[in-house]
Design a protein around this ligand. Sequence first.
Ligand code: 6U4
Length: 164
Amino acid sequence: MTAAQVTLCFLLRDAADGEHVLLGTKKTGFGRGKVVGVGGHLEEGETAEQAACREVMEEINVVVAPEDLVPAGTVDFVFPARPEWNMATTVFLTRAWDGEPTESVEIAPAWFPVARLPVERMWADAEHWLPAMISGQRIAVRVALAADNENVAEVRTEAWVGPV
Ligand SMILES: Nc1[nH]c(=O)nc2c1ncn2[C@H]1C[C@H](O)[C@@H](COP(=O)(O)OP(=O)(O)OP(=O)(O)O)O1
């Protein structure tokens, strides 16, 4: 089954106690109740960059210019027990945007220190790839979830060579 194309965009800013990342509590749909990255499905004909910019506008009401997106790599989420949930994710970081993140129907945003991510409220796989990407590693990750669709069965990471 072909994985759905999705994107995630992580806003980063410096604070007195180090670097912070914008995450948010998902209020609807897939992953409801979890702390997740801002993002979602690509629409027909959209590039990952276009989708990332649209999703940050829709979900947290900030404007990110495509040229301010920093490609961080890819994460393939594989759900062997629910292959229809499989997603191929293109991940971006950004340090430049216009506006203040605000809550939408989909997500309640909040800043978290990168050194103290709320891993107990995130997808169990997030700690295996998110800190590495935020630290500047460009990686291609394949996460296989366990049969319960929650725990992690396997994580494979390799260097990301970028779009071909
Ligand atoms: N195992 C996992 N770990 C993780 O950290 N994020 C995951 C994940 N599996 C999926 N995601 C993310 C990727 C994607 O941004 C998001 C699901 O996309 P959406 O938020 O767009 O889905 P929804 O069904 O809620 O919304 P619509 O697309 O508007 O219907 O979940």
